[in-house]
Design a protein around this ligand. Structure first.
Ligand code: BDR
Ligand code: CA
Length: 325
């Protein structure tokens, strides 16, 4: 079994990713860490506990960083204790709480997420643990800064974040990176095997109401929650961002899980050098992927980046995983 840790800012799509990862018989989920992102960390933690409870409540949840590393402190982001997107359509994509589940009756662990990440990775063999971060990179950057000896313990990082040709928070930046650009750059600087699943891939792997129906037909409670979250996202995207001719929504975060189940869901994966724009101008938080293979003085690749995805296979993988629930 592959040992994984999910780092999440739950969130509608994080919730689906968690359900699928916890259902995957080939994963051993060691723990789930939460972070400030879609909402403030007390809310993303509560939402994570709701999903953990839905899935049996056996995997421990650790509360992570409440603020990004640099951006809020520098006045580059507003400090909004309960981050409410200004755009009501976007607020419909991620309701504040995962309303499909009742309030959690289980609680997070006492140990802070960054401390637990360091302890768990230090106790692991080299290359033993896969990290699946699905929100701002804050927790992992802090852990690596405090204890750099954890770097070789990480088998790989599969990250939902960034965009080559697409932004969704600003014209240049994807949301997860935009919240905490410096943390992502710090993690990239560690030269850990790193795969980006950016907007370019997730927007190709959009789901429609027909796909949601197929997930719903699996019939279990987790499948119903996942299907309802897909429908919620389709409604939200209908007045926010058009991703296909028919009503549809990208379901970003679970594409990382799907890729680890079957890499063929990604149709184009390119080695590249990624640099995060930390310049605090209009492109702050942009992921600049140099894929020119050494022309124009490119630096050596420090990551792989997914530029295409097979949406039919993606929907199939989600269905297959939900059948284990
Ligand atoms: C990412 O930002 C969040 O809104 C989603 O949960 C996803 O991780 C997409 O840009
Ligand atoms: Ca997320």
């Amino acid at each position: 079994k592959r040992k994984v840790i999910l780092d999440v800012d739950t969130g509608s799509d994080d919730a689906i990713a968690l359900i699928c990862a916890l259902a995957n018989p080939d994963f051993e989920v060691l723990g789930i860490t939460t972070v400030n992102g879609n909402r403030a960390v007390p809310i993303t933690t509560e939402n994570t506990l709701r999903i953990s409870e839905l899935m049996g409540g056996k995997v421990p949840v650790y509360r992570g960083c409440a603020l990004p590393w640099v951006s809020v402190m520098m006045g580059l982001r507003p400090y909004i204790p309960q981050y409410e997107p200004a755009d009501p359509a976007y607020a419909g994509i991620h309701r504040t709480y995962i309303e499909q589940c009742p309030p959690a009756t289980i609680r997070e662990e006492e140990t802070p997420a960054v401390v637990w990440l360091i302890q768990t990775l230090m106790a692991a063999e080299d290359g033993e643990i896969t990290l699946i971060p699905l929100g701002p990179m804050t927790n992992i950057a802090y852990a690596l800064r405090i204890e750099p000896r954890i770097a070789p313990k990480i088998r790989e990082i599969v990250y939902m974040g960034g965009g080559y040709k697409i932004g969704n928070e600003t014209a240049a930046a994807e949301f997860n990176v935009w919240v905490d650009p410096e943390s992502l750059q710090a993690v990239l600087d560690e030269n850990i095997p790193f795969t980006f699943i950016p907007l370019d891939a997730t927007h190709q792997a959009y789901l429609t109401e027909e796909d949601a129906q197929r997930l719903r037909r699996v019939g279990t409670r987790p499948a119903q929650v996942a299907a309802d979250l897909v429908s919620q996202r389709i409604r939200g995207y209908s007045t926010w961002q058009k991703v296909a001719e028919e009503p549809a929504a990208p379901i970003h975060d679970p594409l990382c899980v799907a890729y680890l189940v079957d890499p063929a869901v990604i149709t184009e994966l390119i080695s590249a050098h990624c640099q995060v724009d930390c310049g605090r101008g209009a492109a702050y938080g942009q992921t600049i992927f140099d894929i020119k293979n050494g022309r124009l003085g490119a630096k050596a690749p420090n990551c792989k980046v997914a530029l295409g995805a097979d949406r039919v296979r993606f929907a199939q993988i989600l269905e297959e995983l939900l059948e284990h629930t």
